[in-house]
Design a protein around this ligand. Structure first.
Ligand code: MSP
Length: 510
C-alpha cells in the first residue's frame, strides 16, 4: 500500500470571527490535500479545527459576559461554516475541548513526564496573551517594552508551574531540521528556525497554569491544581487526529507522522522547535514537513480590528464566488510570501485570469465545437493527436508537478494559466472561423481538438484550486470520465455538452 499522507492546518483561535488569514491557510492546505488525492494513490487525511483553550479565548469570553465554554460553542459553527463555504475537504474538524483530544494531551504529558522531561518550578515571566507566548523571564528583562508588545496583551506571570525540559532537545531538533528529516519550506525560514535554536538554544518553558489564574484548559494528569499551557495542548491536536489512547498508551495510526503541517510565519517557531521536542521527549515519530505561509495584508497593512480593515471572507465569497477567492489565494499570492488583498485587485484578477482568459476560452472553444463539429469532439486520427502541440502540455505538466513539490502553488497555477494564454493566442492567430468559412474542415478539426484537449488538461490541473468550477467544466462541456491527465484521452466523436457554459459572468454585466 502507498504511504499514507496526513496534512494539517494550524488550529484557529475562535476568539473572534474568522478572517482572511485563516481562509488563506485553509485554502492552501486544501489545494495540497486535493492534489495528493487526485494525482497520487496515497491515502490522504486532512485535519483542521479549533484551538479553544487558553487565556486569550478566556478573556474574550469574559468580555462578552460568557463562560469560555459557551463562547466557543457559539463560535465553533461559524469557523466550521467558513471551512465548508470555502469547500475545504477536511476529514476532521477537531475541537480541543473534545474528549479524545483531552485524553491524548494527557497521555502525551504522561510520556514526557515518565521520560523525566517535566518538572515543577517557580518563576516570573513576561507573557504575550495575543500570541499565547512566553517572552522572557522577568528576572532577566526588567523592562518589557523591549519586546515591542502592546501593553494590553502583556502580562507578568508569577507562579509555580510545570516546566518542559525543551533545552535537552536543542541538538536533536537542530539535526532534524538541518538534515531535512523535518523539512521546512521555504528554505529561508528553515534557516531562521535553526539559527534561532542554535544561537539561544531551546529554553525550558512553562507548560501549565495554576487553575486559580486560568482554569480553561486540559487538566494536568494527577494534579488538579493545574491546567496545560495552551500550546502544549494545541500542538497535540495533530496526534489526536492520527492515533488513539489505549490504556493510557498512545497508539499512532498509519497516518502518523504527519507529512505536512501548514502554518503562518507568526507561529512557525512553535511548530519547528517545540513540537518536535515534545514528540522526541515522548519517543514518538516527528512530522516530515512544515509549510510556512506569510501574512495577509489589506492594502499593504496588517489586518486589525483597530484599523478597521479586517476583511470578511464570507462577504467576498458571496460577491465573487468561492472559486474566485480560492484562485486569488493560490495564484495571486506567492505561497510562502506575504500577500496583499484588496477588493479592487480581486476584481481585476476575476476579470482577467478567470472571466477573460479561462472562462472565455472554455466558452469560445465549446461554442465552436457545437457550431463546426456537430457538438462533438472533433474527428482526428490517432496519428494527428500525436502530432499536435502536446510537447508544450507535457512541459507544463512537469512545471506544474515540480512547483507543487517545491510548495510553490502559485507557480503550479502559472503553468496552467500559460496554457490558457497559449490557447487564446492560437485562436487569434489561426482564426478557426476563417477555416470554417473556407471549408478547411480537417485543419479546423485538428485545431479544435487540440484546444479542447488543452482546456481539459488545464481543467485537470486547476481542479485542486477551483474544484467546483473544474467540476462544472467536466460536467457541462466534456463527455463523462474525462479527467485523465493523459494527452489525447478525448475520444473523437464523443458528444459534448449541448448548452453554452459561462463560468465567470462579467461583473459589469451581472
Ligand atoms: N491557535 C494557534 C495555532 C495553534 S496550532 C497548534 C493560532 N491561531 S490563530 O487563529 O491566531 O492563527 C491561525 C493561523 O492563521 C496561523 O497559522 C496564523 O499564522 C494564521 N493567520 C492569522 N492571521 C493571519 C494573517 N493576517 N495572514 C495569514 N495568516 C494569518 O495561532
Amino acid at each position: 500500500m502507498s504511504q499514507p499522507l496526513y496534512l494539517t492546518t494550524s488550529i484557529l483561535y475562535p476568539n473572534g470571527d474568522p478572517h482572511l488569514g485563516h481562509a488563506l491557510e485553509l485554502v492552501q492546505t486544501d489545494f495540497l490535500a486535493r492534489y495528493y488525492r487526485q494525482f497520487t494513490d496515497r491515502p490522504v487525511r486532512f485535519q483542521t479545527g479549533l484551538d479553544e483553550h487558553g487565556l486569550k479565548v478566556k478573556r474574550t469570553a469574559e468580555k462578552a459576559g460568557k463562560t469560555a465554554e459557551a463562547f466557543v460553542a457559539e463560535k465553533a459553527p461559524i469557523f466550521q461554516k467558513l471551512a465548508d463555504t470555502l469547500h475545504i475537504s477536511y476529514d476532521r474538524f477537531i475541537r480541543t475541548s473534545e474528549t479524545d483530544h483531552i485524553q491524548m494531551a494527557q497521555a502525551l504529558w504522561n510520556r514526557c513526564l515518565a521520560n523525566g522531561d517535566i518538572y515543577k518550578k517557580t518563576y516570573r515571566a513576561w507573557y504575550n496573551i495575543k500570541q499565547e507566548e512566553f517572552l522572557g523571564m522577568a528576572d532577566e528583562v526588567a523592562d518589557p517594552s523591549v519586546f515591542g508588545v502592546d501593553a494590553q496583551f502583556l502580562e507578568l506571570i508569577e507562579e509555580e508551574n510545570y516546566f518542559f525540559a525543551q533545552s535537552k532537545y536543542t541538538q536533536p531538533v537542530l539535526e532534524l531540521i538541518k538534515s531535512g528529516a523535518y523539512k521546512i519550506w521555504p528554505e529561508n525560514r528553515a534557516l531562521e528556525m535553526s539559527n534561532f535554536a542554535e544561537q539561544k538554544g531551546l529554553q525550558d518553558i512553562s507548560i501549565s497554569r495554576d487553575i486559580a489564574k486560568l482554569a480553561w484548559g486540559v487538566p494536568v494528569p494527577h494534579d488538579e491544581t493545574q491546567v496545560m499551557y495552551v500550546w502544549y495542548d494545541a500542538l497535540t491536536n495533530y496526534l489526536t487526529g492520527a492515533g488513539t489512547v489505549e490504556n493510557g498508551e498512545i497508539v499512532p495510526d498509519q497516518f502518523w507522522p504527519a507529512e505536512l503541517h501548514c502554518v503562518g510565519k507568526d507561529i512557525a517557531r512553535f511548530h519547528a522547535l517545540l513540537w518536535p521536542a515534545m514528540l522526541l521527549s515522548a519517543g514518538l515519530a516527528t512530522p516530515r514537513g512544515l509549510l510556512i505561509h506569510g501574512m495577509m495584508l489589506t492594502d499593504g497593512k496588517a489586518m486589525s480590528k483597530s484599523l478597521g480593515n479586517v476583511v470578511d471572507p464570507f462577504a467576498i465569497t458571496e460577491e465573487f464566488g468561492v472559486d474566485a477567492l480560492r484562485w486569488y489565494f493560490l495564484a495571486e499570492i506567492p505561497t510562502t510570501g506575504d500577500g496583499d488583498f484588496t477588493m479592487e485587485r480581486l476584481g481585476e484578477v476575476y476579470a482577467s485570469d478567470l472571466a477573460n482568459d479561462y472562462g472565455n476560452l472554455v466558452s469560445r472553444v465549446h461554442t465552436m465545437c457545437r457550431k463546426y463539429c456537430e457538438g462533438r469532439v472533433p474527428q482526428v486520427s490517432a496519428e494527428q493527436v500525436d502530432n499536435l502541440e502536446k510537447a508544450i502540455v507535457e512541459e507544463k505538466w512537469q512545471e506544474y508537478h515540480a512547483a507543487v513539490g517545491e510548495k510553490k502553488l502559485h507557480e503550479s497555477l502559472k503553468a496552467a494559466h500559460a496554457l490558457i494564454v497559449f490557447s487564446n493566442r492560437r485562436i487569434e492567430e489561426q482564426k478557426p472561423w476563417v477555416m470554417a468559412k473556407e471549408g478547411k474542415q480537417e485543419e479546423l478539426n485538428e485545431l479544435l481538438y487540440e484546444l479542447l484537449e488543452i482546456i481539459r488538461t488545464v481543467t485537470v490541473m486547476v481542479t485542486p484550486a477551483i474544484p467546483s468550477t473544474a467540476e462544472r467544466v467536466m460536467k457541462d462541456v466534456f463527455p463523462p470520465d474525462s479527467t485523465s491527465p493523459q494527452w489525447g484521452a478525448l475520444q473523437p466523436g464523443a458528444p459534448l455538452g449541448a448548452e453554452q457554459v459561462i463560468l465567470f459572468p462579467r461583473r459589469d454585466a451581472a
